[in-house]
Design a binder for this molecule. Structure first.
Ligand code: SF4
Ligand code: SF4
Length: 277
């Protein structure tokens, strides 16, 4: 079973919910797919056992074979390969999407693909929890391919995915395999706006969804009204608690600090398993 923990915006407590669920559930894989800001392990404290480079294929031109015909640059929809006639042919890393098209269209077979590093994939363990995260290099645009590669390392069993915030490609890549999506939100105008955006994605992917309302005792009733209208279960309401903010600042998940919170997240995991089956 894959459970993706997502939110339409950052700062809703999504990572705290994902890590707390993993600590409560045990015997799961926690996959931190927020590759531009991977911070789940700040709360989980997994021992990292291996670090691998993540790469994408990148075109490299053999000028001994190239006749500067320009077929590659005419083909590339991203204007990512440059032909300087008689001098040089090269792809621009920041623009190339690694589609491999130029390799296929080159009449001289002068282009081959070489690995280009985009970031790192780390594996670790904490008690019975397996941990995987990805760290995209600064300025790199390949978040979605890196997330795809993270899933290649999953060995099976129950998987909890801490998704990137927002409703763009990286979030879609993080929820598209999910058996169940937990949307973490706050009962505020910003929260309802971003929840609606996230629901557009989960609806289009035909996903089963539940809502966790964080800081549930602030704001208004709009999230609850929407949940009722859409018949989406509210799985948990987490009231504002000074202790959670304090534990967070100390790098600790609530489940690790309090049996009361552990019981709440054990119950949340039980509900998710029941609804996703
Ligand atoms: S298509 Fe091949 S031969 Fe033509 S310019 Fe590009 S690399 Fe050179
Ligand atoms: S791999 Fe694709 S995006 Fe990159 S230069 Fe070749 S055609 Fe353009």
């Amino acid at each position: 079973m894959i459970v993706s923990i997502a939110s339409g915006k950052g700062g809703t407590g999504k990572t705290t919910v994902a890590v707390s669920l993993a600590l409560a559930a045990q015997d799961v894989t926690l996959l931190d797919a927020d590759v531009e800001e991977p911070n789940a392990n700040i709360l989980l404290h997994a021992q990292i056992n291996s670090v691998k480079k993540a790469t994408v294929p990148f075109p490299e031109v053999d000028l001994n074979k190239c006749d500067f015909c320009e077929e590659c640059s005419k083909f590339c929809a991203y204007n990512a390969i440059v032909v300087l006639k008689g001098l040089k042919v090269f792809a621009v890393p920041e623009m190339c999407k690694s589609c491999g098209g130029c390799v296929l269209v080159c009449p001289q077979k002068a282009i081959k693909e070489v690995p280009r590093e985009i970031g790192y994939i780390r594996h670790g363990e904490k008690d019975k929890i397996k941990f995987i995260d990805g760290d995209l290099n600064v300025g790199e645009s390949f978040a979605t391919p890196l997330i795809r590669q993270l899933f290649d390392f999953v060995e099976g069993g129950d998987i909890i995915v801490d998704c990137p915030p927002g409703a763009a490609h990286p979030m879609v890549e993080s929820v598209r395999r999910a058996d169940f999506v937990v949307l973490v939100t706050e009962p505020t105008p910003f929260g309802i706006h971003d929840l609606k955006e996230a629901l557009i994605i989960t609806d289009s992917l035909n996903k089963k969804v539940g809502i966790v309302v964080n800081r549930a005792d602030i704001g208004d009733e709009e999230v609850r009204k929407l949940a009722k209208e859409r018949e989406i279960p509210i799985l948990a309401e987490i009231p504002y608690d000074d202790r959670i903010a304090k534990w967070y600042s100390q790098g600790q998940a609530p489940v690790a600090m309090s049996s009361e919170w552990r019981d709440k997240f054990v119950e949340l995991w039980r509900k998710i398993k029941a609804l996703s089956s």
